[in-house]
Design a protein around this ligand. Structure first.
Ligand code: ADP
Length: 398
């Protein structure tokens, strides 16, 4: 069975074509700057020349048509015909309370996705556009939606409710949903496999640290708390997002700086985080370099980021009555050797310590705690695409 995994952002489309027989990636790539005259299309196959094109691409539907043409192209293709695509798996950011698992898409699901878009106006519309484009081009191919929020639907009420008037939850759905669920689910399963233990018997803290970051407490294979909230803005300090702040700051800044709701939203989502503190960049490599050259605000941004990850780890150990393993994943978690070391500084009270030699690794799956540590530390590259493909096979497989 061949599954096409599609991840549509507002101006991007990432894809992987996976043969589920051996879970082999046949091709992968992305479109960037969709909507512009100089959109970029990159297409890669294992052990073959990469294709890169710059050309006008109007919308996601046009990008998908270009992609399907390339997948059956004589020179750059990997399929004989489009009929060899058996199903499409879509990443969808927000499933609200309607979806606690991935789902085979039909008309009712499309209606529910439109309703979810009301609380995720930035994230869901491009996902829906991608699904509609696929349905138009491949009307007979089953489509599956895989949600960032679904894994966190197991959180108990005391963890997911905000202490606002209860009607704001009951009538408007204002609550913590959590994100990065597909990634937390993948790495926590891998962690149990690496430990040779049943995930049902484990308490795992999964740290997905990238441009967007979140930490999740996974008890017995289920998410019991996570740091992102109603939107992906809350929780940890991120590349450009503030993470948690006192909500009273918002009206204060709006008044003092004469900001509209949209301007305060931009300040919190695009100008804050390690970019806002360092004034240097949102890229952890650039900030790390600046800090090493003596830039104090760059160092401060890193210190703040590490502090908040460490504090959240402590909180989630308390939530689960202890912890058996802590995982680092995504761009910073997989590659940030210094970041992992700084976050783990002082975790001995939990029964763990990072091993500097084992920690000297980028982009590899590895245990990084000292031998015999009671609590294991792992670096595990995430793979959301394979989770989406597996769910798609499970729900659309013949
Ligand atoms: P996104 O949330 O956009 O998917 P990623 O998971 O790709 O983000 O993570 C991007 C972040 O990972 C960037 O800030 C980048 O600097 C960081 N990163 C990549 N390589 C390294 C590295 N070697 N050391 C520290 N950070 C790194």
């Amino acid at each position: 069975m061949n599954v096409l995994v599609v991840n549509c952002g507002s101006s991007s489309l990432k894809y992987q074509l996976i043969n589920m027989n051996g879970e082999q990636v046949l091709a992968k790539g992305q479109f960037e700057r969709i909507g512009a005259d100089d959109a970029i299309f990159t297409h890669k196959r294992p052990n073959a020349d990469k294709l890169e094109q710059v050309k006008p691409i109007k919308n996601h539907k046009e990008a998908l048509k270009i992609l399907l043409d390339i997948l059956v192209d004589k020179q750059y293709g990997v399929l004989n015909s489009m009929d060899e695509i058996d199903a499409v798996g879509h990443r969808v950011v927000h499933g609200a309370e309607k979806f606690a698992d991935s789902v085979l898409i039909d008309d009712n699901v499309m209606k529910a996705l439109d309703e979810c878009a009301q609380i995720a106006p930035l994230h869901n519309p491009p996902n829906i556009e991608g699904i509609e484009a696929c349905k138009a081009i491949m009307p007979n191919v089953p489509q599956v939606a895989v949600f960032d929020t679904a894994f966190h639907q197991t959180m108990p009420k005391e963890a997911f409710l905000y202490a606002l008037p209860y009607e704001e939850y009951a009538e408007l759905g204002v609550r913590k949903y959590g994100f990065h669920g597909t990634s937390h689910r993948y790495v926590s399963q891998r962690c149990a496999e690496l430990m040779g233990k049943d995930i049902k018997a484990l308490r795992i803290i999964s740290c997905h640290l990238g441009n967007g970051s979140s930490v999740t407490a996974v008890k017995g294979g289920k998410s019991v708390d996570t740091s992102m909230g109603f939107t992906p803005l809350s929780g940890l300090i991120m590349g450009t997002r503030s993470g948690d702040i006192d909500p009273a700051i918002i009206p204060f800044l709006m008044e003092k700086r004469h900001l509209s709701p949209q301007e305060i939203d931009t300040l919190l989502n695009k100008k804050s985080g390690v970019l806002g503190i360092s004034g240097v960049s949102n890229d952890f490599r650039t900030i790390g370099d600046a800090a090493k050259e003596g830039n104090e605000r760059a160092q401060l941004a890193l210190d703040m980021f590490h502090y908040h990850v460490r504090a959240t780890i402590g909180a989630y150990a308390a939530v689960m009555g202890g912890v058996d393993a802590i995982i680092f994943t995504a761009g910073v978690g997989e590659n940030g050797i210094d970041d992992r070391a700084a976050i783990c500084e002082g975790l001995e009270y939990l029964g763990t310590k990072i091993d500097p030699e084992k920690n000297n690794v980028r982009g590899e799956e590895r245990e990084i705690s000292i031998d015999g540590a009671k609590v294991k530390l792992f670096a595990i590259p995430t793979n959301e695409e394979i989770m989406i493909a597996r769910d798609t096979q499970r729900l659309a497989g013949k």
